[in-house]
Ligand binder design. Structure first.
Ligand SMILES: *Cc1c(COP(=O)(O)O)cnc(C)c1O
Length: 381
């Protein structure tokens, strides 16, 4: 038995990554906003049909930028799912906001839009839907409710680049949206992200916030003859060496999405009948969603069965993982007054969800073995 035979994730090369990185190193522009950054931003703007995309050091930092741009201040409330990665909420807590956790729908595991309106208060500044697994949230309802109350929508689209809802790209619904190019995501450069700006009135200030609070971007365009400190800000530019890596990935987006679709479909087809018989729930993708094929998960009947499944697979050197530990019952979440039972669907789902290995080099033979072991593991239930 080889160690780490089938890892959970593995970054892979899709096209001209190495070539472009060498070009970027030789080209002599290693810091941010070089030629590859511009190419990536242009590609994102054109393919999504949005006014501005800005590469950032991470999705976390793009979320932090959104909090700065929306002027989130102490006492403001931000509505976020408890079932998400910690930075979806931390970015706003850093500005002094109070998190208001919203439960998820049992089908897509996305923000339950039917609970949204009751959670909005006069202090609410933003609502942050996460397109879980790259399957779109009910954006029409979410945006309508938010608009009615004068609340901004920031889409955390770390999973869903090139996914769509009702024919519209994910990341193009809210005031802003964020992307991640961390090595565990669909399109990668190691660490990286982007802020997508759909409301043009935020573009100028976004460039300033991203450039340490200076008007350096305007200076480079020749609009001012010196650059200076004009606002709050930080250092959110991605190195152009990483943008070179990313550009090669984005160029191959059709190929990458095609591979990931094949992987998803294989699991779905080969586990469907078993899942039905074993009381296991596989992903539900509504017809209105063009998914980005970010992950494949299963909902097992109980936490004990999930643990047994993880153990069985691990003994065969197949690595499966679970997430998210609900944020509202984490030590930080409890500090905001939350406790067990407050967000029930999230608490139930997070105990039973298991993610299967999912990366571009996963072959049908490997998937066949994974599916075989999953079925074997359940025979002792
Ligand atoms: C990965 C992820 C992030 C953070 O992305 P980074 O680029 O690592 O900062 C944020 N939100 C969600 C939903 C994620 O999955």
């Amino acid at each position: 038995m080889t160690e780490n035979k089938i890892p959970f994730n593995k970054p892979s090369i899709a096209g001209k990554e190495i070539e472009y990185i060498i070009e970027a190193v030789r080209g002599g522009h290693a810091s941010g906003d070089g030629p590859f950054t511009r190419k990536c931003q242009h590609l994102l703007e054109k393919s999504l049909g949005i006014p501005k995309a800005l590469l950032t050091t991470s999705c976390t930092h793009a979320l932090e930028m959104s909090a700065l741009l929306l002027d989130i201040r102490p006492g403001d409330e931000v509505i976020v799912p408890s079932f998400t990665f910690v930075t979806t909420v931390n970015a706003f807590i850093l500005r002094g906001a109070h998190p208001v956790f919203i439960d998820i729908r049992p089908d897509t595991l996305n923000m339950d839009e039917t609970l949204l309106e009751d959670l909005i208060s006069p202090k609410t500044k933003a609502v942050v839907p996460v397109h879980y697994a790259g399957v779109g949230c009910e954006m029409q309802q979410i945006c309508e409710i938010a608009k009615r109350h004068g609340v901004h929508v920031v889409e955390d689209n770390a999973h869903g680049l090139f996914g769509s809802k009702n024919g519209k790209w994910l990341g193009t619904f809210g005031t802003m949206a964020t992307l991640s190019f961390h090595e565990t995501k669909n399109f990668i450069c190691g660490e990286g992200g982007a802020l997508l700006i759909n409301d043009p009135k935020f573009i100028e200030r976004a460039e300033i916030v991203r450039e340490k609070g200076t008007d350096r971007s305007r200076f480079f365009r020749g609009q001012v003859d010196k650059y200076t400190w004009v606002d709050l800000g930080s250092s959110y530019l991605l190195s152009d060496l990483l943008a070179a890596y990313l550009y090669a990935q984005l160029e191959e987006r059709e190929k990458i999405l095609g591979i990931r679709k094949r992987i998803f479909d294989y699991y779905d087809k080969n586990l469907r009948d078993w899942a039905e018989a074993a009381d296991v729930r596989l992903p539900i993708v509504p017809d209105s969603c063009g998914q980005s094929y970010h992950m494949f998960y299963m909902l097992l009947p109980s936490m004990e069965k999930r643990q047994a499944m993880i153990e069985h697979l691990k003994n065969k050197s197949i690595w499966s993982v679970f997430h998210y530990l609900p944020l509202h019952i984490s030590p930080m979440g409890r500090g905001f007054g939350y406790g067990e039972g407050d967000i029930p669907v999230t608490e139930d789902i997070s105990e039973r969800l298991l993610r299967l290995p999912f990366y571009n080099e996963l072959t049908p033979e490997m998937q066949s073995e994974i599916c075989g072991e999953i079925i074997k593991a359940s025979s002792s239930w």
